[in-house]
Design a protein around this ligand. Structure first.
Ligand SMILES: *[C@@H]1O[C@H](CO)[C@@H](O)[C@H](O)[C@H]1NC(C)=O
Ligand SMILES: *[C@@H]1O[C@H](CO)[C@@H](O)[C@H](O)[C@H]1NC(C)=O
Ligand SMILES: *[C@@H]1O[C@H](CO)[C@@H](O)[C@H](O)[C@H]1NC(C)=O
Ligand SMILES: *[C@@H]1O[C@H](CO)[C@@H](O)[C@H](O)[C@H]1NC(C)=O
Length: 341
């Protein structure tokens, strides 16, 4: 086991950045981003960059950079007039991932991202067992944050911050007797952890080399067996829940096995959770909708290619159009770095 670098600091992380990402990526899949004019987009881009923690000169401060989830804990770090730095004001790996994803969706070129500091922050969060913490302020370490690390490194096209050998080992050790992944070794297999594990292997380019054919087949079987009452459940004997339309659907899509599901029944289930008054989607039919389930329901529906939604990239969770923009940026970045001085 790996202990938290600083267990006494447990900041209550505000997660506005993730809420923004649900809204932006959901709007994008619905082809509704044109509702935001250029000025509004720029305003949001500036807000996201205002939550980037600018590193000081200290090595330790580099490792505290990245993006915050909101302004609650923001200190005056990065301003020259400030001499005390709040130790609570550290970047969070999920907020960094959702900030970068939101910037790409808005068409930003990531040129204001402090790359070395973001990379130092990601590197400082990996445990010897291969898993990741969410923040230097102290947190759990597991598969969720490993996925965020892989997504950040993929977006910035720099994998130097991840020990991929130990990360891959952690993922394989998290495969339970059921054939799917838990958050770590000896933990119950779960749809969300399996998504994080498989999407990470895919983003690291390790999917084909690390799973044997038998492991892959057992995983697909476990995932397909999660279909219950039309929808998908996260674990055996749980009720079906909208968000697993994405977690399990996207994992199957990455594995090339989405067609094994009864997709018509799945679509029916997800649509049955839409609230007729607000339009949002809920976890279950006849319950209160929220931003997370609305976004994950929409991206789950997008995988099924039936509802005139933009196609979603299953591994990065952004539209394929936003992904094309990112790939264009990658080309420009590598062009820039090969220009002789
Ligand atoms: C990666 O982690 C493994 C332990 O799983 C360790 O043996 C190896 O030295 C690490 N590699 C680097 C480059 O740190
Ligand atoms: C996808 O969206 C879910 C819901 O926000 C998020 O938790 C997850 O980390 C995101 N990443 C991807 C690309 O799935
Ligand atoms: C990439 O570079 C080209 C040519 O310099 C430019 O027209 C284009 O806008 C750039 N794309 C992005 C996504 O920055
Ligand atoms: C590439 O270099 C140009 C000119 O130096 C700069 O304006 C642009 O932001 C750079 N692009 C990226 C993606 O770093």
């Amino acid at each position: 086991m790996c202990s938290s670098p600083s267990p006494s600091l447990l900041p209550s992380q505000l997660s506005l950045m993730a809420v923004l990402y649900f809204a932006l990526s959901g709007l994008d899949l619905l082809d509704g981003l044109s509702e935001l004019d250029k000025e509004e987009r720029q305003h949001i881009i500036n807000w996201i960059y205002s939550l980037q923690i600018l590193p000081g000169n200290d090595r330790d401060e580099q490792a505290c950079a990245g993006f915050r989830g909101g302004t609650t804990l923001a200190s005056c770090r990065g301003e020259s007039s400030c001499d005390t730095v709040s130790q609570l004001d550290c970047g969070h790996i999920t907020m960094t991932y959702t900030a970068l994803a939101s910037l790409i969706i808005l068409g930003d070129d990531l040129s204001r991202v402090e790359r070395p500091a973001v990379m130092a922050h990601v590197a400082a969060l990996q445990c010897p067992d291969g898993s990741f913490f969410s923040t230097r302020g102290g947190s759990e370490n597991d598969m969720r944050f490993m996925y965020c690390a892989a997504a950040i490194c993929y977006i910035l096209q720099d994998f130097s911050a991840i020990n991929t050998t130990s990360a891959t080992k952690y993922i394989l050790n998290s495969m339970s007797y059921e054939g799917a992944m838990g958050q770590g070794t000896h933990l119950e297999a779960h749809g969300g952890s399996s998504y994080c594990a498989i999407a990470t292997l895919h983003l690291l380019g390790k999917l084909d080399s690390s799973l044997s054919r038998t492991q892959r087949e057992r995983l697909v079987r476990w995932l397909v067996e999660r279909q219950s009452g039309g929808g998908l459940q996260g674990r055996p004997n749980k009720p079906p829940d909208t968000c697993y339309a994405f977690w399990i659907g996207a994992t199957l899509q990455i594995l090339g096995a989405l067609d094994y599901l009864d997709t018509a029944a799945l679509r029916q289930f997800v649509l049955s959770t839409q609230d007729p008054i607000t339009g949002g989607l809920a976890k279950y039919p006849n319950s209160n909708p929220d931003g997370l389930h609305t976004y994950l329901g929409i991206s789950g529906l997008s995988l099924l290619r039936k509802d005139n939604l933009k196609p979603v990239d299953p591994a990065l969770n952004i539209s394929q159009q936003a992904l094309s923009h990112l790939h264009q940026l990658h080309k420009n970045i590598s062009k820039n770095s090969t220009v002789p001085c």
